[in-house]
Ligand binder design. Structure first.
Ligand code: PLP
Length: 509
Protein backbone atom coordinates (compact mmCIF):
# COMPACT_ATOMS: atom_id res chain seq x y z
CA UNK A 1 0.00 0.00 0.00
CA UNK A 2 1.54 3.30 -1.01
CA UNK A 3 0.70 6.66 0.53
CA UNK A 4 -1.97 7.44 -2.10
CA UNK A 5 -3.65 4.09 -1.51
CA UNK A 6 -3.32 4.61 2.24
CA UNK A 7 -5.13 7.94 1.99
CA UNK A 8 -8.04 6.38 0.10
CA UNK A 9 -8.21 3.38 2.41
CA UNK A 10 -8.01 5.59 5.50
CA UNK A 11 -10.82 7.88 4.31
CA UNK A 12 -12.99 4.88 3.55
CA UNK A 13 -12.13 3.34 6.96
CA UNK A 14 -13.01 6.55 8.79
CA UNK A 15 -16.35 6.64 6.96
CA UNK A 16 -16.91 3.07 8.03
CA UNK A 17 -16.02 3.79 11.66
CA UNK A 18 -18.30 6.83 11.78
CA UNK A 19 -21.16 4.72 10.38
CA UNK A 20 -20.42 2.01 12.96
CA UNK A 21 -20.66 4.52 15.80
CA UNK A 22 -23.75 6.23 14.37
CA UNK A 23 -25.64 2.93 14.15
CA UNK A 24 -24.11 1.06 17.08
CA UNK A 25 -27.35 1.06 19.03
CA UNK A 26 -29.09 -0.99 16.32
CA UNK A 27 -26.68 -3.90 16.73
CA UNK A 28 -27.19 -6.78 19.11
CA UNK A 29 -24.93 -5.65 21.95
CA UNK A 30 -23.35 -8.99 22.79
CA UNK A 31 -22.08 -11.28 20.09
CA UNK A 32 -23.92 -14.57 19.76
CA UNK A 33 -21.55 -16.42 17.45
CA UNK A 34 -20.63 -20.01 18.25
CA UNK A 35 -17.13 -20.75 19.58
CA UNK A 36 -14.79 -21.40 16.63
CA UNK A 37 -17.06 -19.51 14.20
CA UNK A 38 -14.16 -17.63 12.61
CA UNK A 39 -12.01 -20.63 11.74
CA UNK A 40 -14.91 -21.97 9.66
CA UNK A 41 -15.07 -18.86 7.48
CA UNK A 42 -11.41 -17.84 7.16
CA UNK A 43 -8.91 -19.69 4.92
CA UNK A 44 -6.54 -22.24 6.45
CA UNK A 45 -3.45 -20.34 5.26
CA UNK A 46 -2.39 -16.69 5.00
CA UNK A 47 -2.84 -15.36 1.43
CA UNK A 48 0.18 -15.97 -0.79
CA UNK A 49 -0.18 -12.65 -2.60
CA UNK A 50 -1.40 -9.30 -1.28
CA UNK A 51 -5.09 -8.41 -1.56
CA UNK A 52 -6.87 -5.15 -2.35
CA UNK A 53 -7.96 -3.04 0.63
CA UNK A 54 -11.57 -3.06 -0.59
CA UNK A 55 -11.64 -6.87 -0.28
CA UNK A 56 -10.10 -6.83 3.16
CA UNK A 57 -12.53 -4.13 4.34
CA UNK A 58 -15.53 -6.10 3.06
CA UNK A 59 -14.54 -9.04 5.24
CA UNK A 60 -14.39 -6.83 8.30
CA UNK A 61 -18.15 -6.24 8.34
CA UNK A 62 -18.99 -9.73 7.07
CA UNK A 63 -16.70 -11.83 9.24
CA UNK A 64 -15.23 -9.85 12.15
CA UNK A 65 -18.02 -7.53 13.27
CA UNK A 66 -20.47 -10.41 13.97
CA UNK A 67 -17.94 -11.70 16.48
CA UNK A 68 -17.73 -8.36 18.32
CA UNK A 69 -19.47 -7.40 21.52
CA UNK A 70 -20.20 -3.71 21.16
CA UNK A 71 -18.61 -2.10 24.21
CA UNK A 72 -19.50 1.40 23.06
CA UNK A 73 -23.20 0.59 22.70
CA UNK A 74 -25.46 2.42 25.15
CA UNK A 75 -26.87 -1.03 25.88
CA UNK A 76 -23.51 -2.29 27.17
CA UNK A 77 -23.79 -2.17 30.97
CA UNK A 78 -21.47 -4.98 31.94
CA UNK A 79 -18.29 -5.00 34.07
CA UNK A 80 -16.81 -1.51 33.86
CA UNK A 81 -16.80 0.43 30.59
CA UNK A 82 -13.87 0.62 28.23
CA UNK A 83 -14.54 4.10 27.01
CA UNK A 84 -13.81 5.58 23.65
CA UNK A 85 -13.76 9.02 22.09
CA UNK A 86 -12.89 10.42 18.70
CA UNK A 87 -9.98 12.58 19.99
CA UNK A 88 -8.46 9.48 21.63
CA UNK A 89 -8.87 7.50 18.41
CA UNK A 90 -6.98 10.23 16.58
CA UNK A 91 -4.30 10.01 19.27
CA UNK A 92 -4.00 6.27 18.62
CA UNK A 93 -3.75 6.92 14.89
CA UNK A 94 -0.92 9.44 15.23
CA UNK A 95 0.81 7.32 17.85
CA UNK A 96 0.79 4.40 15.43
CA UNK A 97 2.04 6.63 12.64
CA UNK A 98 4.98 7.82 14.77
CA UNK A 99 5.55 4.28 16.05
CA UNK A 100 8.75 3.44 17.90
CA UNK A 101 9.80 1.56 21.00
CA UNK A 102 10.49 4.75 23.06
CA UNK A 103 12.22 3.03 25.97
CA UNK A 104 14.66 5.94 26.57
CA UNK A 105 14.24 9.70 26.49
CA UNK A 106 16.45 9.93 23.40
CA UNK A 107 14.27 7.39 21.54
CA UNK A 108 11.83 10.29 21.07
CA UNK A 109 12.09 13.07 23.67
CA UNK A 110 8.50 14.21 23.04
CA UNK A 111 7.14 10.78 24.02
CA UNK A 112 8.71 11.01 27.47
CA UNK A 113 8.20 14.71 28.04
CA UNK A 114 4.54 14.77 27.02
CA UNK A 115 3.88 11.82 29.33
CA UNK A 116 5.42 13.59 32.32
CA UNK A 117 3.44 16.74 31.55
CA UNK A 118 0.03 15.07 31.07
CA UNK A 119 0.56 12.99 34.21
CA UNK A 120 1.23 16.19 36.17
CA UNK A 121 -1.83 17.84 34.58
CA UNK A 122 -3.95 14.87 35.59
CA UNK A 123 -2.55 14.71 39.13
CA UNK A 124 -3.57 18.34 39.54
CA UNK A 125 -6.98 17.83 37.90
CA UNK A 126 -7.65 14.89 40.28
CA UNK A 127 -6.36 16.97 43.26
CA UNK A 128 -3.85 14.26 44.17
CA UNK A 129 -1.48 15.37 46.93
CA UNK A 130 1.60 17.22 45.58
CA UNK A 131 3.84 14.26 46.47
CA UNK A 132 2.63 12.57 43.26
CA UNK A 133 3.79 15.43 41.01
CA UNK A 134 7.07 15.06 39.12
CA UNK A 135 7.99 18.48 40.51
CA UNK A 136 6.73 17.65 44.01
CA UNK A 137 8.66 17.41 47.29
CA UNK A 138 9.27 13.62 47.35
CA UNK A 139 10.66 12.67 43.91
CA UNK A 140 7.20 11.54 42.84
CA UNK A 141 5.77 11.32 39.37
CA UNK A 142 3.45 9.57 37.00
CA UNK A 143 3.83 7.03 34.22
CA UNK A 144 1.37 5.40 31.83
CA UNK A 145 1.09 1.62 31.90
CA UNK A 146 -1.19 -0.56 29.79
CA UNK A 147 -3.49 -1.86 32.52
CA UNK A 148 -4.13 -1.73 36.24
CA UNK A 149 -2.82 -5.28 36.57
CA UNK A 150 0.50 -4.19 35.10
CA UNK A 151 0.57 -1.16 37.42
CA UNK A 152 -0.11 -3.30 40.49
CA UNK A 153 2.48 -5.94 39.58
CA UNK A 154 5.04 -3.18 39.01
CA UNK A 155 4.49 -1.32 42.28
CA UNK A 156 4.32 -4.58 44.21
CA UNK A 157 7.79 -5.52 42.93
CA UNK A 158 9.06 -2.04 43.88
CA UNK A 159 7.47 -2.46 47.33
CA UNK A 160 9.03 -5.91 47.81
CA UNK A 161 12.50 -4.66 46.93
CA UNK A 162 12.16 -1.54 49.08
CA UNK A 163 11.06 -3.63 52.06
CA UNK A 164 13.89 -6.16 51.66
CA UNK A 165 16.48 -3.47 51.00
CA UNK A 166 15.52 -1.64 54.17
CA UNK A 167 15.29 -4.86 56.19
CA UNK A 168 18.80 -5.91 55.17
CA UNK A 169 20.43 -2.47 55.06
CA UNK A 170 22.45 -3.17 58.22
CA UNK A 171 24.25 -6.00 56.36
CA UNK A 172 25.65 -3.94 53.53
CA UNK A 173 29.14 -3.21 54.70
CA UNK A 174 30.54 -3.28 51.21
CA UNK A 175 32.75 -6.39 51.41
CA UNK A 176 31.98 -9.64 49.59
CA UNK A 177 31.12 -11.59 52.74
CA UNK A 178 28.59 -9.04 53.93
CA UNK A 179 27.12 -8.83 50.46
CA UNK A 180 26.58 -12.61 50.50
CA UNK A 181 25.05 -12.43 53.98
CA UNK A 182 22.68 -9.75 52.72
CA UNK A 183 21.70 -11.87 49.73
CA UNK A 184 20.99 -14.84 52.04
CA UNK A 185 18.91 -12.67 54.39
CA UNK A 186 17.06 -11.20 51.41
CA UNK A 187 16.21 -14.68 50.07
CA UNK A 188 15.19 -15.96 53.50
CA UNK A 189 12.93 -13.00 54.32
CA UNK A 190 11.38 -13.06 50.90
CA UNK A 191 9.79 -16.38 51.84
CA UNK A 192 7.98 -14.67 54.72
CA UNK A 193 6.54 -11.74 52.77
CA UNK A 194 2.79 -11.28 52.47
CA UNK A 195 0.94 -8.94 50.11
CA UNK A 196 -2.47 -7.86 51.35
CA UNK A 197 -5.70 -6.78 49.73
CA UNK A 198 -9.28 -7.04 50.83
CA UNK A 199 -11.61 -9.90 49.96
CA UNK A 200 -13.14 -7.46 47.44
CA UNK A 201 -9.80 -6.44 45.89
CA UNK A 202 -9.52 -7.22 42.19
CA UNK A 203 -7.67 -10.46 41.43
CA UNK A 204 -4.87 -8.35 39.90
CA UNK A 205 -3.23 -8.11 43.34
CA UNK A 206 -3.26 -11.86 43.92
CA UNK A 207 -1.80 -12.35 40.45
CA UNK A 208 0.90 -9.72 41.15
CA UNK A 209 1.81 -11.58 44.36
CA UNK A 210 2.08 -14.83 42.37
CA UNK A 211 4.34 -13.13 39.85
CA UNK A 212 6.52 -11.58 42.59
CA UNK A 213 6.78 -14.91 44.42
CA UNK A 214 5.16 -13.75 47.67
CA UNK A 215 2.06 -14.87 49.58
CA UNK A 216 -1.30 -13.13 49.30
CA UNK A 217 -3.77 -12.73 52.14
CA UNK A 218 -7.26 -11.19 51.87
CA UNK A 219 -8.58 -8.93 54.63
CA UNK A 220 -12.26 -9.88 55.14
CA UNK A 221 -14.98 -7.38 54.25
CA UNK A 222 -18.52 -7.38 55.62
CA UNK A 223 -21.98 -6.33 54.47
CA UNK A 224 -22.31 -4.19 57.61
CA UNK A 225 -19.35 -2.06 56.44
CA UNK A 226 -20.67 -1.81 52.87
CA UNK A 227 -18.02 -4.36 51.73
CA UNK A 228 -15.16 -1.95 52.34
CA UNK A 229 -11.93 -2.83 54.10
CA UNK A 230 -11.76 -1.26 57.54
CA UNK A 231 -8.74 -0.30 59.63
CA UNK A 232 -9.89 -2.66 62.39
CA UNK A 233 -9.92 -5.74 60.12
CA UNK A 234 -6.58 -4.76 58.61
CA UNK A 235 -5.09 -4.42 62.09
CA UNK A 236 -6.37 -7.86 63.09
CA UNK A 237 -4.91 -9.53 59.96
CA UNK A 238 -1.50 -7.82 60.27
CA UNK A 239 -1.13 -8.82 63.92
CA UNK A 240 -2.22 -12.38 63.16
CA UNK A 241 0.30 -12.69 60.31
CA UNK A 242 3.11 -11.25 62.40
CA UNK A 243 2.29 -13.66 65.23
CA UNK A 244 2.88 -16.46 62.70
CA UNK A 245 6.31 -15.04 61.79
CA UNK A 246 5.10 -13.63 58.46
CA UNK A 247 5.87 -10.14 57.20
CA UNK A 248 3.13 -8.05 55.57
CA UNK A 249 4.92 -5.60 53.28
CA UNK A 250 2.31 -4.39 50.79
CA UNK A 251 -1.39 -3.54 50.69
CA UNK A 252 -3.78 -2.75 47.85
CA UNK A 253 -6.50 -0.41 49.10
CA UNK A 254 -9.32 0.03 46.59
CA UNK A 255 -11.25 3.12 45.64
CA UNK A 256 -14.23 1.54 43.85
CA UNK A 257 -14.11 -2.25 44.20
CA UNK A 258 -15.00 -4.29 41.16
CA UNK A 259 -18.15 -5.93 42.54
CA UNK A 260 -19.82 -3.00 44.25
CA UNK A 261 -17.60 0.12 43.95
CA UNK A 262 -16.92 0.17 47.69
CA UNK A 263 -14.25 2.58 48.91
CA UNK A 264 -11.89 1.17 51.53
CA UNK A 265 -11.55 3.16 54.74
CA UNK A 266 -8.46 5.14 53.69
CA UNK A 267 -8.15 7.15 56.92
CA UNK A 268 -8.59 4.00 59.04
CA UNK A 269 -5.96 2.16 56.98
CA UNK A 270 -3.55 5.09 57.27
CA UNK A 271 -3.91 5.31 61.03
CA UNK A 272 -3.50 1.53 61.59
CA UNK A 273 -0.35 1.52 59.49
CA UNK A 274 1.03 4.61 61.23
CA UNK A 275 0.72 2.60 64.43
CA UNK A 276 1.84 -0.85 63.22
CA UNK A 277 4.35 -0.10 60.49
CA UNK A 278 5.77 3.43 60.69
CA UNK A 279 8.60 4.22 58.25
CA UNK A 280 11.90 3.19 59.84
CA UNK A 281 10.09 1.15 62.52
CA UNK A 282 11.24 -2.32 63.63
CA UNK A 283 8.63 -4.19 61.54
CA UNK A 284 9.24 -2.44 58.26
CA UNK A 285 6.88 -0.15 56.40
CA UNK A 286 3.84 -1.53 54.54
CA UNK A 287 3.63 0.02 51.06
CA UNK A 288 0.06 1.10 50.29
CA UNK A 289 -1.09 1.19 46.72
CA UNK A 290 -4.52 2.63 45.98
CA UNK A 291 -6.23 0.91 43.06
CA UNK A 292 -8.88 3.22 41.64
CA UNK A 293 -8.99 1.50 38.26
CA UNK A 294 -12.54 2.60 37.48
CA UNK A 295 -13.86 4.99 40.15
CA UNK A 296 -10.72 7.14 40.20
CA UNK A 297 -12.17 9.01 37.21
CA UNK A 298 -14.67 10.60 39.61
CA UNK A 299 -11.83 12.53 41.26
CA UNK A 300 -11.97 14.85 38.26
CA UNK A 301 -15.06 16.31 40.02
CA UNK A 302 -14.36 18.48 43.10
CA UNK A 303 -17.22 16.79 44.99
CA UNK A 304 -15.22 13.52 45.03
CA UNK A 305 -11.75 14.93 45.64
CA UNK A 306 -11.92 14.55 49.43
CA UNK A 307 -11.45 10.82 48.73
CA UNK A 308 -7.79 11.51 47.89
CA UNK A 309 -7.02 13.32 51.14
CA UNK A 310 -5.23 10.40 52.80
CA UNK A 311 -3.16 9.51 49.74
CA UNK A 312 -0.16 11.52 50.89
CA UNK A 313 0.34 8.83 53.51
CA UNK A 314 0.39 6.12 50.82
CA UNK A 315 2.95 5.16 48.20
CA UNK A 316 1.26 4.77 44.84
CA UNK A 317 -2.02 5.19 43.00
CA UNK A 318 -3.53 4.11 39.69
CA UNK A 319 -6.61 4.83 37.65
CA UNK A 320 -7.49 3.52 34.21
CA UNK A 321 -8.24 6.44 31.94
CA UNK A 322 -9.51 3.83 29.50
CA UNK A 323 -12.36 2.84 31.79
CA UNK A 324 -14.35 6.00 32.43
CA UNK A 325 -12.36 8.93 31.12
CA UNK A 326 -12.77 8.80 27.34
CA UNK A 327 -9.27 7.53 26.55
CA UNK A 328 -9.32 4.41 24.41
CA UNK A 329 -7.80 1.19 25.74
CA UNK A 330 -5.09 0.87 26.92
CA UNK A 331 -4.14 3.59 29.36
CA UNK A 332 -3.58 3.07 33.07
CA UNK A 333 -2.26 6.17 34.80
CA UNK A 334 0.06 5.33 37.70
CA UNK A 335 1.64 7.69 40.21
CA UNK A 336 4.29 7.01 42.82
CA UNK A 337 5.28 9.14 45.77
CA UNK A 338 8.96 8.35 45.24
CA UNK A 339 10.00 7.25 41.78
CA UNK A 340 13.38 6.06 43.05
CA UNK A 341 11.68 2.95 44.44
CA UNK A 342 10.61 2.02 40.92
CA UNK A 343 13.95 2.70 39.32
CA UNK A 344 15.89 0.94 42.09
CA UNK A 345 13.80 -2.19 41.54
CA UNK A 346 13.51 -2.08 37.77
CA UNK A 347 16.43 -0.29 36.19
CA UNK A 348 18.53 -2.17 33.72
CA UNK A 349 21.81 -1.04 32.30
CA UNK A 350 23.06 -2.46 29.07
CA UNK A 351 25.94 -1.16 27.02
CA UNK A 352 23.57 -0.66 24.09
CA UNK A 353 21.43 1.75 26.12
CA UNK A 354 24.20 4.14 27.17
CA UNK A 355 23.79 7.70 25.96
CA UNK A 356 24.91 11.08 27.24
CA UNK A 357 21.38 12.15 28.20
CA UNK A 358 20.81 9.15 30.45
CA UNK A 359 24.32 9.54 31.87
CA UNK A 360 23.62 13.20 32.65
CA UNK A 361 20.80 12.13 34.99
CA UNK A 362 18.69 14.97 33.62
CA UNK A 363 16.17 12.90 31.70
CA UNK A 364 13.54 10.30 32.54
CA UNK A 365 13.93 6.87 30.95
CA UNK A 366 10.49 5.40 31.49
CA UNK A 367 11.70 1.86 30.73
CA UNK A 368 12.84 1.83 34.38
CA UNK A 369 9.32 2.57 35.65
CA UNK A 370 7.66 -0.45 34.06
CA UNK A 371 7.93 -4.16 33.29
CA UNK A 372 8.19 -4.04 29.48
CA UNK A 373 11.23 -2.53 27.86
CA UNK A 374 9.70 -0.73 24.86
CA UNK A 375 6.70 1.50 25.25
CA UNK A 376 3.91 3.11 23.22
CA UNK A 377 3.20 6.82 22.75
CA UNK A 378 0.07 6.67 24.92
CA UNK A 379 0.32 10.20 26.26
CA UNK A 380 -0.70 11.58 22.87
CA UNK A 381 -4.28 10.29 23.17
CA UNK A 382 -4.44 11.58 26.76
CA UNK A 383 -3.25 15.01 25.61
CA UNK A 384 -5.84 15.06 22.81
CA UNK A 385 -8.64 14.10 25.21
CA UNK A 386 -7.62 16.66 27.84
CA UNK A 387 -7.43 19.40 25.23
CA UNK A 388 -10.57 18.45 23.30
CA UNK A 389 -12.84 18.08 26.35
CA UNK A 390 -11.07 20.18 28.96
CA UNK A 391 -11.40 19.32 32.64
CA UNK A 392 -14.95 20.76 32.55
CA UNK A 393 -15.95 18.42 29.73
CA UNK A 394 -14.62 15.40 31.62
CA UNK A 395 -16.48 16.47 34.76
CA UNK A 396 -19.70 16.76 32.76
CA UNK A 397 -19.06 13.27 31.34
CA UNK A 398 -18.67 11.67 34.79
CA UNK A 399 -21.58 13.60 36.32
CA UNK A 400 -23.86 12.55 33.46
CA UNK A 401 -23.31 8.88 34.31
CA UNK A 402 -23.70 9.44 38.04
CA UNK A 403 -27.06 11.07 37.31
CA UNK A 404 -28.15 8.25 34.99
CA UNK A 405 -27.37 5.69 37.70
CA UNK A 406 -29.45 7.67 40.19
CA UNK A 407 -32.34 7.65 37.75
CA UNK A 408 -31.94 3.89 37.29
CA UNK A 409 -31.79 3.16 41.02
CA UNK A 410 -34.84 5.40 41.51
CA UNK A 411 -36.72 3.34 38.92
CA UNK A 412 -35.75 0.06 40.64
CA UNK A 413 -37.25 1.46 43.84
CA UNK A 414 -40.58 2.04 42.10
CA UNK A 415 -40.93 -1.76 41.79
CA UNK A 416 -40.14 -3.21 45.22
CA UNK A 417 -42.24 -6.22 44.22
CA UNK A 418 -39.60 -7.06 41.59
CA UNK A 419 -36.24 -5.63 42.61
CA UNK A 420 -34.07 -5.06 45.64
CA UNK A 421 -30.92 -2.94 45.59
CA UNK A 422 -27.93 -4.73 47.12
CA UNK A 423 -25.52 -1.77 46.92
CA UNK A 424 -25.40 1.62 45.28
CA UNK A 425 -25.68 3.51 43.22
CA UNK A 426 -21.99 4.14 43.82
CA UNK A 427 -19.93 5.78 41.08
CA UNK A 428 -22.74 4.97 38.61
CA UNK A 429 -22.83 1.28 39.59
CA UNK A 430 -26.02 -0.24 40.97
CA UNK A 431 -26.02 -3.83 42.18
CA UNK A 432 -29.45 -5.42 42.53
CA UNK A 433 -31.29 -8.71 42.78
CA UNK A 434 -34.79 -10.00 42.35
CA UNK A 435 -36.92 -9.09 45.34
CA UNK A 436 -37.91 -12.68 46.02
CA UNK A 437 -40.03 -15.45 44.69
CA UNK A 438 -43.16 -14.44 46.55
CA UNK A 439 -42.89 -17.45 48.84
CA UNK A 440 -42.57 -16.95 52.57
CA UNK A 441 -39.19 -18.03 53.94
CA UNK A 442 -37.45 -18.81 50.63
CA UNK A 443 -33.75 -19.53 51.15
CA UNK A 444 -30.83 -17.45 49.85
CA UNK A 445 -30.05 -20.33 47.46
CA UNK A 446 -33.59 -20.27 46.05
CA UNK A 447 -33.46 -16.49 45.64
CA UNK A 448 -30.02 -16.70 44.03
CA UNK A 449 -31.31 -19.31 41.57
CA UNK A 450 -34.20 -17.03 40.66
CA UNK A 451 -32.02 -13.94 40.09
CA UNK A 452 -29.67 -16.10 38.03
CA UNK A 453 -32.56 -17.34 35.89
CA UNK A 454 -33.56 -13.76 35.28
CA UNK A 455 -29.98 -12.72 34.54
CA UNK A 456 -29.55 -15.55 32.02
CA UNK A 457 -32.84 -14.58 30.38
CA UNK A 458 -31.69 -10.94 29.99
CA UNK A 459 -28.43 -12.02 28.36
CA UNK A 460 -30.28 -14.46 26.09
CA UNK A 461 -32.74 -11.72 25.12
CA UNK A 462 -29.75 -9.72 23.83
CA UNK A 463 -31.18 -6.18 23.95
CA UNK A 464 -28.93 -5.18 26.87
CA UNK A 465 -25.80 -6.75 28.33
CA UNK A 466 -25.04 -6.69 32.06
CA UNK A 467 -22.64 -8.63 34.25
CA UNK A 468 -23.39 -10.52 37.44
CA UNK A 469 -21.54 -11.09 40.67
CA UNK A 470 -21.87 -12.72 44.07
CA UNK A 471 -21.77 -10.30 47.02
CA UNK A 472 -21.83 -11.70 50.54
CA UNK A 473 -23.25 -14.96 49.18
CA UNK A 474 -25.98 -13.16 47.20
CA UNK A 475 -26.14 -13.57 43.43
CA UNK A 476 -26.66 -10.07 42.04
CA UNK A 477 -26.79 -8.15 38.77
CA UNK A 478 -24.58 -5.12 38.06
CA UNK A 479 -25.89 -2.15 36.05
CA UNK A 480 -23.19 0.33 35.05
CA UNK A 481 -24.36 2.90 32.46
CA UNK A 482 -20.97 4.61 32.08
CA UNK A 483 -20.37 4.05 28.37
CA UNK A 484 -19.92 7.36 26.56
CA UNK A 485 -23.15 7.45 24.53
CA UNK A 486 -25.68 6.51 27.22
CA UNK A 487 -28.50 8.99 27.71
CA UNK A 488 -31.35 8.99 30.21
CA UNK A 489 -33.83 7.53 27.73
CA UNK A 490 -31.51 4.50 27.36
CA UNK A 491 -31.51 3.97 31.12
CA UNK A 492 -35.31 4.08 31.17
CA UNK A 493 -35.35 1.52 28.36
CA UNK A 494 -32.93 -0.75 30.30
CA UNK A 495 -35.34 -0.63 33.22
CA UNK A 496 -38.34 -1.50 31.02
CA UNK A 497 -36.51 -4.52 29.60
CA UNK A 498 -35.55 -5.66 33.10
CA UNK A 499 -39.16 -5.30 34.28
CA UNK A 500 -40.40 -7.29 31.28
CA UNK A 501 -37.96 -10.15 31.90
CA UNK A 502 -38.36 -10.10 35.70
CA UNK A 503 -42.15 -10.31 35.39
CA UNK A 504 -41.78 -13.27 33.08
CA UNK A 505 -39.47 -15.04 35.52
CA UNK A 506 -41.39 -14.19 38.68
CA UNK A 507 -44.95 -14.39 37.47
CA UNK A 508 -44.35 -16.66 34.45
CA UNK A 509 -46.12 -13.89 32.48
N1 PLP B 1 -8.74 -3.10 39.66
C1 PLP B 1 -10.06 -2.92 39.65
C2 PLP B 1 -10.72 -2.25 40.83
C3 PLP B 1 -10.83 -3.33 38.56
O1 PLP B 1 -12.15 -3.19 38.58
C4 PLP B 1 -10.18 -3.94 37.45
C5 PLP B 1 -10.96 -4.37 36.29
O2 PLP B 1 -12.11 -4.09 36.13
C6 PLP B 1 -8.80 -4.12 37.52
C7 PLP B 1 -8.11 -3.69 38.64
C8 PLP B 1 -8.05 -4.77 36.40
O3 PLP B 1 -7.94 -3.88 35.35
P1 PLP B 1 -6.97 -4.09 34.12
O4 PLP B 1 -7.76 -4.80 33.08
O5 PLP B 1 -6.63 -2.69 33.69
O6 PLP B 1 -5.80 -4.86 34.56
Amino acid sequence: MDSKQFREAAISSIDDIVKYYDTIEDRRVVSNVEPGYLRKILPEEAPQTGEAWADIQKDLEAKIVPGLTHWQSPNFLAWFPSSSSFPAMLGEMYSTAFTGAAFNWICSPAVTELETIVMDWLAKAFALPPCYLSTGPTNGGGVIHGTASEAIATVLVAARDKYLREATAHLTGGNEEEEEAREDAWAERRGRLVALGSAATHSATKKAAQIAGVRFRAVPVHAADGYRMTGAELRRVILELRARGLEPFYLTATLGTTDTCAVDDMEGIASVLAELSPPGGPDGEVWVHVDAAYAGAALICPEYQHLAEAFDKFHSYNTNLHKWLLVNFDCSAVWVRDRRHLTEALSVSLAILRNPHTDSGLVTDYRDWQIPFGRRFRSLKVWFVLRAYGVDGLRAHVRKHIKHAEVFAGLLKTRPDLFEIVTGPRFALTVFKLAGDGKEGSTVEEQNALTKTMYDAVVEDGRIFLSSTVVGGVFAIRHNPATPFVEEHHVRKHFEILVEVAEKVLFKA
